[in-house]
Design a protein around this ligand. Structure first.
Ligand SMILES: Cc1cc2nc3c(=O)[nH]c(=O)nc-3n(C[C@H](O)[C@H](O)[C@H](O)COP(=O)(O)OP(=O)(O)OC[C@H]3O[C@@H](n4cnc5c(N)ncnc54)[C@H](O)[C@@H]3O)c2cc1C
Length: 380
């Protein structure tokens, strides 16, 4: 066990923080209010190597691990969770599914452009009738004349409207239940494939979330990703890493909220002294800092084990469950410490309070994480 960051990890954190404070911070509220997708910033993140951090260098990645990947997401999300979720869906869901399940040709064709940020990726499992019960996928893919024809619609896909590459799950054999779902790679501009409604959201408003529609969308055989019928199982494996990224997203936003609350508590005076001198406020800060540390430690444990090649279903679900629920509590207390000003958009905690809620929902709700963890505990 080693609880120290390496010098490289410290440097990485500093670099991402500097980038986020210089390039993202000045635009956060403007992007949030106008629901502006920060395309130019995402391209810059690609140039810096952050859009493909976990992939090998020969595929255009930075060759880093999940601890470093978490540091990148934390630091971006400490300033703007929207940027964090855009990067997370692109990297650990879309690109990683291609990296883990793709053949050589698919990896070489897609990963360098995804890792450089030239292409943006999205990953589509959820449907209107298949959310927590994702195996209930209704979108179909049928073989016809040597190729696949996809029909149906996906919902709530992060990056849907800006993605050049989409990984989507579709039913290829209804009699085989979970083992009847396959994964496909669909490129933007493929006839019969388009983005539909873009959702107007409570938070993370600069990230685009929405529908993807397949209307007799024809794909060559080469667009099947992984083995036929294994798309759902491969998705669950991608989600093991994805949940580490959602924990990092929650931790980053919670850190942003905590930092703002700590600073405010030292300058805001009531009854003739800074409110940080009141024990009631100190206790809040203590609980926030302690939960933040615990969340980070749980997440780095999952990340470290994943980097060692272990299956981390239990660890990543625990990290995601704890970090997301703690982050909701931390953002709530950050607003409380700001009093009325916490309710006002001039202060950053109002946005953290809205944004952070997604973390208890996306990539499996807290209730589903508890089901996943319970299964693992009982199995052991
Ligand atoms: C901003 C945003 C971004 C997203 N990005 C993506 C993406 O990029 N790709 C993608 O595929 N999906 C994405 N999602 C979808 C997300 O993963 C789903 O919303 C989530 O899995 C829950 O599904 P649902 O919304 O249909 O809720 P439901 O499944 O309808 O759940 C409703 C409630 O019932 C509870 N519940 C359901 N089943 C059980 C059970 N068995 N036991 C106990 N409680 C249960 C849930 O926990 C929840 O509280 C995104 C969602 C949002 C909001």
């Amino acid at each position: 066990m080693d609880f120290e960051y390496t010098p490289e990890q410290r440097q990485l954190r500093r670099s991402v923080r500097e980038f986020a404070e210089a390039e993202i911070l000045p635009h956060v509220m403007e992007w949030d209010e106008a629901q502006t997708f920060p395309l130019a910033t995402i391209r810059k993140l690609g140039e810096l190597g952050y859009m493909g951090s976990i992939f090998p260098e020969e595929l255009g990645g930075a060759g880093l691990g999940y601890v470093e990947y978490s540091i990148i997401i934390e630091e971006l999300s400490r300033v703007d969770g929207s940027v964090g979720i855009i990067l997370a869906a692109h990297t650990s869901l879309c690109s990683n599914h291609i990296f883990k399940s793709g053949d050589d040709a698919q990896r070489k064709h897609y990963l360098p452009k995804l890792a450089s940020g030239e292409w943006i990726g999205c990953w589509s499992l959820t449907e209107t009738e298949a959310g927590s019960d994702a195996a209930g996928t209704r979108t179909t893919a049928t073989l016809d004349g040597g190729g696949w024809v996809l029909n149906g619609a996906k919902t709530f896909t992060t990056n849907a409207h800006y993605a050049d590459v989409c990984v989507a799950m579709a039913m290829t054999d209804r009699t085989a239940a979970q083992h009847g779902i396959s994964a496909f790679i669909i490129e933007k501009g493929t006839p019969g494939f388009r983005a539909g409604k873009k959702e107007n959201k409570l938070g993370l408003r600069a990230s685009a979330t929405g529908e993807l529609i397949f209307d007799n969308c024809r794909l060559p055989q080469s667009q099947l990703l992984g083995k036929r019928g294994e798309g759902f199982v491969d998705s669950l494996k991608a989600l093991d890493g994805g949940r580490i990224s959602i924990a990092a997203l929650a931790i980053g936003m919670a850190q942003g909220a905590y930092d703002a609350a700590l600073k405010y508590s030292k300058v805001r005076k009531q009854f003739g002294r800074p409110i940080s001198e009141f024990q009631a406020i100190q206790y809040k800060l203590v609980d926030m800092a302690t939960e933040l540390d615990a969340a980070r430690l749980l997440n780095y444990r999952a990340a470290t084990r994943l980097d060692r090649g272990e299956r981390v279903t239990r660890e990543s679900s625990m990290a995601k469950l704890f970090a997301s629920e703690a982050a909701v509590r931390i953002a709530n207390e950050a607003v409380q410490i700001h009093g009325g000003y916490g309710f006002i958009k001039d202060y950053p905690v109002e946005k953290f309070y809205r944004d952070v809620k997604l973390c208890t929902i996306g990539e499996g709700t807290s209730e589903i994480q508890r089901l996943v963890i319970a299964r693992q505990l009982l199995k052991d």
